[in-house]
Write a protein that binds this ligand. Structure first.
Ligand code: ADP
Ligand code: MG
Length: 262
């Protein structure tokens, strides 16, 4: 549950991002409190991925700023000024957010355990034995204790995506960001990945996700934001947004996607 007395865990303030002169995210502001699950829905091209990528410093906003746990993403204080972080510093700044994409992007020549242990070793300098032990614990947590020594190609898509979630968790992120994490999976593999995401939500992980799984969004989200043309058209509880959308654009979008039974 969100605690309004606490500072938000994610503070997005008037963020604008353009590509080749056209704004993709326009003056977007929202907060996510510790332990809250916020889902971004909206049509393709609405700017959902760009917004998540800004939170994770994979994109730098043209204007506005983002704080995660009160730290400015992408910048560090230097005297009275802020300078953009680069290189290894950037990887560490990004580690505040663990991101899971539609494509798993695992290293094919590394075992599942090595994939999960890699960033803690390379970026955080965790000793190998410790990183491998932690990787085993995380893989166990996502139900893959029997897969430690397998290579990604030996796993199903659902299993590979669970490895990708373990890999993100290995960096001890304060927030998890999911961008259509189940969109590339065979339908019968979607549930096992949603189960892992649901468990993280139940454990109190702060999360922002983009998903087309509307029934799942309805079930796990504290709040839903509907985006179109780079702006937040409306936001509310899942009951409000799915059950009684206020804006015509939201209604039109929801009528085109499969809706949770209510
Ligand atoms: P969504 O995730 O809601 O589908 P995106 O954030 O991926 O939307 O994209 C919004 C718009 O920005 C799209 O028109 C897309 O083509 C464009 N876009 C996204 N990333 C880039 C990029 N790196 N370079 C140029 N255009 C981009
Ligand atoms: Mg997207």
């Amino acid at each position: 549950m969100s605690d309004l007395k606490e500072d938000p865990m994610i503070y997005v303030h008037k963020v604008t991002k353009s590509f080749r002169g056209s704004p993709v995210v326009s003056d977007v502001s929202f907060h996510v409190h510790k332990g809250e699950v916020v889902t971004l829905i909206g049509p393709s091209g609405a700017g959902k991925s760009t917004l998540l990528r800004c939170i994770n410093h994979l994109e730098v906003p043209d204007s506005g700023y983002i704080l995660v746990d009160n730290e400015l993403i992408g910048y560090r204080e230097h005297g009275d000024d802020f300078v953009e972080v680069t290189g290894g510093d950037s990887a560490k700044a990004r580690a505040r957010g663990g991101m899971v994409f539609q494509r798993f992007n695992l290293f094919q020549h590394l075992t599942v355990t090595e994939n999960v242990a890699l960033a803690p070793r390379e970026v955080l300098g965790v000793p190998k034995s410790q990183a491998m032990a932690r990787a085993h614990a995380l893989l166990d947590r996502v139900g893959l204790a029997h897969r430690f020594d397998n290579y990604p190609s030996q796993l199903s898509g659902g299993e590979q995506q669970r490895v990708a979630i373990a890999r993100a968790l290995a960096m001890n992120p304060q927030v998890m960001l999911f961008d259509e994490a189940t969109s590339a999976l065979d339908p019968e593999r979607v549930g096992e990945v949603l189960d892992v995401i649901r468990e993280l939500a139940d454990e109190g992980m702060t999360m922002v996700m983009v998903t087309h799984e509307m029934a799942f969004a309805h079930e796990v989200s504290d709040r839903v934001l509907f985006l179109a043309d780079g702006g937040i058209i409306e936001e509310g509880t899942p009951e409000q947004v799915f059950g009684a959308p206020r804006h015509e654009r939201t209604r039109a979008f929801l009528s085109r996607v499969s809706q949770p039974a209510s």
